[in-house]
Design a protein around this ligand. Sequence first.
Ligand SMILES: [Zn+2]
Length: 188
Amino acid sequence: MLTDAPPNKANREGFLESDRIKTLETPPDGRLLAITKSIESAMKNGTNADVRRACAEFLATASEFYRVPACCIRVLAARPLRVRENWSTELFGDYTPQTMVIRVWMRTAVRREITSFGTFLSTLCHEFCHHLDFQRFGFSDSWHTRGFYERAAALYHCARGTPPKKLFWLPTSGGRWRIDWPRTNRSL
Ligand SMILES: [Zn+2]
């Protein structure tokens, strides 16, 4: 995981705020976890429509909890050959703020390998956090800041029922940060 470089002056304030917000409250009961399990079984035994239905339920439940407008979901069989890459290079999904549509795909483009459940769920949480950036935090853009990744991780661990992990970061060039995986994994 690598953060975006800080933007120019006009957007810098929002970027820094996004970077600062490192926690995200999550639904306290197991409601996301129950839906997550249905996504997992739909991926194993169901059709694309079953996966889509379970993802839609996940997003509706999360949107209700965060009091944001519901976003739509499209589950694609394979990654489109042409993916619009605006602020990001997303390997397994994308989000369009204007239409509030999340797309996730079940297979990678080149080798047609099935996206693992963990990666799929992580992508769903990641894209939903882009939705939150616009609809809950009111940012003018949705940057991949350290805070963004921390919020996405908090949602993922809640949805997966796994203990939250403290993320450690290392500075790289251009004001960007990358995860210090050895240190992050050691801290478990
Ligand atoms: Zn992203």
